[in-house]
Design a protein around this ligand. Structure first.
Ligand code: CO
Length: 264
């Protein structure tokens, strides 16, 4: 077998995040039982911490080298990012390099992140609507916290927000490190007189960003900032990859990638 799938995740050492990645990995192995599945982490920081703990933490180039040395000639790199930001956009040049080098790969195809086009926005909105907390009552909001980036891919958060709002005007999408910020969302909630909000991470898994920055006790967490303004918060600590409805969108992207990989 000279084909492989390389899952490219941001990475996290948080046990819940590792569980989300394992869940995704198991889904991929079940769907492609005869193909080698490898993992790589795109965050330099996370890899550093993993290596320090003696864990295997390949970067994408390291994982590709490893696959080459095993005689793999075709690879599908599946991005497990939520939006196409800088981590995702680093993949195509790497693929180019590994295909053009001497004794490199015959073909590398790249699978898109969760939100990478108009169709995805609608599907992700639909999937999110289908997994909203069942015990949520009238007038209670849901806030999804994405990571956020300075990259233009950040626009996907507001695109998703607009799309979801057409179906449920009390569901909001924000970003931790960019706009729409928690302050922006807070003003929208206050203007609507909302008193309670559910907080859901729009992140691959529940790592430190979800448990601390979103739902933590510190005064600068989203929960604290909103509660300070009189909006009572309930966090649902489940990552995007842990919902089958969302995981299946990544898997659909991988399926499309595998089809391109097999083309002659
Ligand atoms: Co971060």
């Amino acid at each position: 077998m000279n084909k492989a799938i390389l899952l490219a995740a941001y990475g996290s050492r948080h046990e819940n995040s590792i569980a989300a990645l394992t869940h995704m990995e198991n889904c991929v192995r079940a769907a492609w039982p005869d193909i080698e599945v490898a993992k790589a982490y795109t965050s330099h920081q996370v890899r550093g911490r993993m290596v320090k703990k003696g864990e295997q933490a390949d970067s994408v180039p390291e994982a590709l080298e490893r696959l080459l040395s095993k005689g793999v000639k075709r690879v599908a790199i599946q991005s497990l990012h939520v939006i196409p930001g800088s981590e995702f956009h680093a993949l195509p040049p790497l693929a180019e390099k590994f295909m053009s080098q001497k004794d490199g790969f015959d073909r590398i195809e790249i699978g898109l992140p969760l939100l990478a086009g108009e169709e995805d926005i609608e599907q992700v909105a639909q999937a999110i609507i289908s997994v909203l907390p069942p015990h949520r009552k009238e007038q209670e909001a849901v806030i999804l916290m994405g990571h956020g980036t300075m990259h233009s891919g950040n626009s996907y958060y507001s695109k998703l927000h607009d799309c979801i709002q057409q179906q449920d005007s009390d569901v909001f999408v924000g970003a931790l490190e960019a706009e729409p910020s928690v302050q922006t969302i807070r003003s929208l909630l206050l203007a609507k007189g909302i008193k309670k909000a559910f907080l859901l991470p729009l992140l691959f898994g529940v790592g430190y960003h979800a448990s601390k920055d979103m739902a933590g006790k510190a005064s600068d967490s989203w929960k604290s900032i909103l509660e300070e303004s009189g909006i009572c918060c309930e966090a649902i600590l489940k990552g995007a990859a842990e919902y089958d409805e969302l995981a299946s969108i990544w898997l659909t992207h991988l399926n499309e990638t595998m089809k391109r990989l097999d083309k002659n």
